[in-house]
Design a protein around this ligand. Sequence first.
Ligand code: SAM
Length: 284
Amino acid sequence: MFHLLRERMSWRRQPRVPEPDLVMESVAQTFSFSHAGEEGGVLAFLYLYNALQISSVLQPGDRVLDLACGPANQLMQIARLNPDMRFVGLDASPAMLQCAQSTLERAHVSNVELVQGDMTRLAALEDGSMDCVICTMSLHHLPDQATLCTTLREMRRVLKPQGRFYLVDFGRLKLLSTQRFFANDLRQSAQFTEDYFNSLRAAFSVEELSAAVVPLGPQLQRHVTLLAPFIVVFRSAFQRPIDPQTLQRVKDAFAKLSATQQDNFRGVVSWFRISGYALPCDMD
Ligand SMILES: C[S@@+](CC[C@H](N)C(=O)[O-])C[C@H]1O[C@@H](n2cnc3c(N)ncnc32)[C@H](O)[C@@H]1O
């Protein structure tokens, strides 16, 4: 709380420092990120939270594009919660895609196709070919604001006119001390902590993200964690009620989280809820 209040009151602002490795190709980096997102990993709570929220912008029969899917820990969970939809996971890194293939095979998830590609130029995808585009924790890997805007225009191009979207990423924190605090919070390997810190430094500000998402149209909603923009969501206003089968799958996944991960899940739910962003269903 101390860090959040200090962050809130500060009028100094850290400049953006782009990621040293935009496309994640090193074996150590790929392994450590993938490990953190696995079912017992430190990011599992956030992936379950995102998967539930993202499910509420999807509809049965959808074709969904995940931009920069990485090792597909997040995508696998969304695809498993929504077996009646087809997903395309795109990433520029062959090492990440190899990891993604293993993730999907281990989980016996078969409704995902993986493609190598650049999210800033979706040349292989036709105009209006997607019902929904999602992008999780990846926009901060873009080199600059101009490329961010190009990527958002590409996203709009491949979406159907009434297509839906869900984007979630870190927002840039104002203070280096808050960035360090969050980077160290998840107690993980030195490699993960360094990558996490780099991600927080590379995050776009809420204002930069808000300016870039304008092509997605006026129907979008923006949600930001209270006091500090640690996580920022831009999503379609559309909200599908979560059906009982999907809810049961979410509850089963929640039950498999460790006690600490369950607490972290409740923490992120509360942090968003007090900023006005509720879960699409009751988890009790
Ligand atoms: C931090 S990971 C996030 C992965 C995944 N979305 C998740 O939530 O776990 C960022 C990913 O973006 C990918 N990436 C970076 N620049 C890219 C680009 N221009 N096109 C496609 N993928 C890119 C990296 O290779 C990496 O896999």
